[in-house]
Design a protein around this ligand. Structure first.
Ligand code: DAH
Length: 341
């Protein structure tokens, strides 16, 4: 029977051709030729229909055997070629003198770095760090700081209210009350760093979350000159020797007298530029002598005790120092920005 012989011949030829393949790229081509839908085996098997009724089952069975044999052989050959190629690729020499790919390790956020700077400088002057919560009572945030309900000074802080009695702190000053109540009747010298929140329109100049560093010293005979000396020392350590400083009278409900503290512009060194609006000065802190009412609320008798306090922003000075034009970058999580610092 011619058909059976042809099937045998096809099997022999296919197996030989398979052995002769050199690499995996040739595998699909072989498969298509022998076992594909338009391949040689299919074509032969199509002829089976023309055979006589006795011959047909024989040829059909043989056809299936050939198909199975070729498929098994293909699988085995494919496995061995792929394994060989993997082996060869591993044998390739590794050039251990090539420089490694650099890793980009993470680093601290600009705000965190600034905060640590402040902490270090004040630590050298003997200030401890006092941590107070970001979610505060109205009492601590306002009332005990001498800002009673309905007092117009409340308008100075646009507030996120959690409920009628609880707020997201609008400044770090409420920590003063907590600290005094915890430490009295001992003297105090602390900074209170932390996140604050204000119900602000977000613009390049203002965010609704930002950091502040609060300072508080309570003791006997603490004077305005102590405040000025402390801030002067801070400014020199933070921004360099020979800084000039000036104070202007101001108003805060929790200090009396209250001042605002300016430093000569770090960019133009007091000559006048766009950043300092041609005044030569930059504001660095609100400050003053702790108001007697606040001392009393903290548990200290204002007849015997006095104190100074100050509050400083963190992001604005960092913006000036690094020429950052938009405060929103601080919370934008854009790595192209963050990696620069
Ligand atoms: N808490 C004030 C604010 O956020 C800043 C401030 C001013 C803090 C004077 C003080 C101070 O401790 O004495 O606007």
């Amino acid at each position: 029977m011619q058909n059976l012989e042809e099937l045998d011949a096809l099997q022999q030829e296919g197996l030989k051709a398979l052995e002769a393949l050199n690499n995996s790229a040739e595998l699909p081509h072989w498969y298509r030729e022998y076992l594909g839908r338009k391949g040689r085996l299919t074509t032969l098997l199509r002829g089976v229909g023309n055979l006589s009724a006795e011959e047909r089952p024989l040829a059909g069975r043989r056809g299936n055997e050939v198909k199975k044999a070729l498929e098994d052989a293909f699988q085995t050959r494919q496995d061995s070629i792929l394994a060989g190629e993997l082996e060869a690729s591993l044998d390739e020499a590794v050039d251990i003198t090539l420089p490694g790919r650099p890793l980009t390790p993470g680093h601290l956020h600009l705000s965190t770095r600034s905060m640590r700077n402040y902490r270090e400088i004040f630590a050298e002057m003997g200030f401890q760090v006092y941590e107070a919560p970001e979610v505060e009572t109205d009492e601590n945030n306002f009332t005990l700081l001498n800002i009673p309900p309905y007092h117009p000074a409340r308008d100075m802080w646009d507030t996120f209210w959690v409920n009628d009695e609880v707020v997201l702190r609008t400044h770090t000053s409420p920590g003063q009350i907590r600290c005094m109540r915890q430490y009295h009747p001992d003297p105090i010298r602390v900074i209170l760093p932390g996140k604050c929140y204000r119900f602000e329109q977000i613009t390049p100049r203002s965010e609704h979350q930002f950091y502040q560093i609060e300072g508080l010293a309570v003791g006997h005979n603490i004077r305005m000159t102590d405040l000025i000396g402390t801030l002067r020392q801070f400014a020199e350590k933070m921004y360099g020797e020979g800084r000039r400083m000036r104070i202007r009278g101001s108003y805060f409900p929790f200090t009396e007298p209250s001042v605002e503290v300016d430093m000569d512009c770090i960019l133009c060194k007091g000559q006048g530029c766009r950043v300092c609006k041609h005044t030569g000065w930059l504001e660095i802190a609100g400050a003053g002598m702790v108001h007697p009412v606040v001392l009393k609320n903290g548990g200290y008798d204002p007849a015997e005790w006095s104190g100074f306090a100050f509050g400083m922003g963190v992001e604005r000075p960092a913006m000036l120092q690094h020429g950052i034009e938009d405060i929103r970058y601080f919370y934008g999580n854009d790595l192209r920005f963050l990696r620069q610092f």
